[in-house]
Ligand binder design. Structure first.
Ligand code: SF4
Length: 493
């Protein structure tokens, strides 16, 4: 029986694709390798748990993607020298982009597959073993919608459900449309069936996933489809929390705001990518909204959902960005009052239009602006989190998130508005991952809340959930060394 380990670099889309790769390997008879010392009795340098097959699911959106990949592959080369039967497979966006170039640079790689053909992984592994030769197979377009593939879910309580793949936009800094193709939407009935299935397995939270969820439905001629889908998910019994990512400000319409506000199980959190506060830069990025529209959306969301926590992505130093453009970004960030933001220093991605521009901003200027942006957002995040002190929060306990903090035992999880919350545990109370606790916020830090009210009262209301039962049942299963991936018990479909 061969074992596998999937290592994920990149975004939620990749995390979910990795669940599918694991599901395919489960179905082909492989077993997940535990993140424990390897067959030689020591933790492997690569942390692959001594797996016979290591799959790296790559990303090419983030900076230094290739450097990271080849760094990983360099480590694995040493491991493979000691375990010659081991196979290495590389998939994901960078594989789609580099193709056979990966095997040319790292000839010890056995399999390369792309974003459109996850399903071929087990067959390619067999063929590579049989022929003793590297196999590279890349498709130019999607043949099988990935959601029809078996899925090995990492979490007992939260599940990703894809509603679309690909993107029809042409943001000039982004490589996604070239690597993931044009948008393909799943039919609502298929999405809802999957949502109902994961809830039946114990999940209490679902995140609907697409590169641009707001254009969902355009492919089958229904522009109101995303709002309708949110409302329909709200009728699934047992589903307590609905989230989605990522929306796009250009396509974000009021029917979606109304659906969010009127569906109690759609959570009061929204990730709305700003990218730049300068209209001139937005135009150069080929993002069709402007700062005024962006702020207008936030205002309408907050009017309809007063306790919404809004987060964002912001890029600093896009080619041609002037000090005046950057100040416009600071102004919009100040006005937006994001609960948190992912901030990026622009760096050219080969193959994107922005990479070829000659007016790249010098690295030291980008770095200096970045520090100012981070300082601003840290202040806002701290103020926003401090404003939560005294509020009662409902927290779903996360997996692998229990910890000792001095004499205080705490668990961590996400509140309804998706803030990370650390909760003190009175003696004798041990909620399981997936259980729900309620506590009062006692401290707000830039990146998390502390809810230690139970230290004063000795009481922490815990609601035991079916997700917690599933987690416990999985933990009690025999042969844990083969049933655990990355230390996290799993739910299978
Ligand atoms: S909307 Fe723009 S940034 Fe997002 S995936 Fe599509 S092209 Fe990339």
């Amino acid at each position: 029986m061969r074992t596998y380990h999937v290592r994920t670099l990149g975004c939620q889309m990749n995390v979910h694709d990795s669940e599918r790769l694991a599901g395919l390997l489960d179905e082909a008879g492989y077993l997940p390798a535990a993140a424990v010392p390897d067959a030689l009795g020591r933790a492997t340098e690569a942390g692959d748990g001594g797996a016979d097959v290591v799959v790296i699911n790559t990303c090419s959106v983030r900076e230094n993607a290739a450097t990271r990949l080849f760094g990983n592959l360099g480590q694995l080369a040493a491991v493979k020298r000691e375990r010659p039967g081991m196979q290495i497979a590389v998939g994901g966006c960078l594989a789609q982009q580099m193709r056979a170039g990966i095997v040319e640079r790292a000839p010890w790689v056995d399999v390369v597959f792309g974003t459109h053909n996850l399903d071929v992984l087990p067959a390619l592994l067999d063929r590579a073993r049989h022929n003793a030769e590297a196999q590279v197979e890349i498709e130019e377009s999607l043949k099988v919608f990935p959601s029809t593939l078996p899925t090995h879910r990492e979490s007992a309580y939260a599940a990703w459900v894809s509603i679309s793949v690909g993107c029809n936009n042409t943001c000039t800094f982004c490589i996604v449309p070239q690597l993931r193709g044009r948008e393909r939407d799943r039919r609502p009935g298929d999405v809802l069936a999957e949502v109902a299935a994961v809830v039946a397995e114990g999940a209490l939270e679902v995140t609907l996933l697409g590169q641009n969820v707001n254009s969902y439905g355009v492919g089958f001629g229904d522009r109101g489809a995303f709002a309708d889908l949110l409302r329909a998910c709200g009728t699934v019994e047992g589903l307590e929390r609905i989230r989605f990512t990522s929306p796009h400000p250009a396509a974000f319409t009021d029917d979606v705001i109304a659906a969010m506000a009127e569906t109690p199980t759609v959570m009061p959190s929204l990730h709305m990518p700003l990218q730049s506060g300068s209209d001139r830069v937005l135009r150069a990025m080929r993002r069709s909204y402007r700062a005024e529209r962006f702020l207008g959306i936030l205002e309408r969301v907050r009017t309809a959902i007063p306790d919404a926590a809004i987060t964002s992505d912001v890029i600093v130093g896009f080619p041609g960005e002037t000090e005046e453009d950057f100040r416009a970004t600071l102004d919009v960030v100040e006005a937006s009052r994001f609960a948190s933001a992912f901030t990026f220093q622009y760096s050219p991605r080969p193959g994107t239009p922005a990479a070829d521009r000659e007016d790249q901003v010098p690295a030291d200027v980008v770095a200096e602006r970045y520090q100012r942006l981070v300082a601003l957002q840290e202040r806002i995040s701290t103020e926003e989190n401090e404003a939560q002190v005294g509020r009662e929060v409902e927290v779903v306990v996360g997996e692998g998130m229990g910890r000792k903090d001095g004499a205080t035992a705490r668990v961590s999880g996400r509140s309804r508005d998706n803030r990370l919350v650390h909760v003190a545990l009175p003696a004798g109370i041990e909620p399981r991952p997936g259980d729900v606790v309620r506590a009062v916020v006692t401290h707000g830090a830039p990146h998390h809340l502390v809810a230690d009210s139970a230290l004063r009262t000795g009481h922490l209301p815990v609601r035991r959930t079916r997700a917690g039962d599933v987690w416990e049942a999985r933990r009690a299963e025999p042969a844990p060394e083969t049933r655990v991936t990355l230390g996290v018990p799993t739910v299978r479909r």
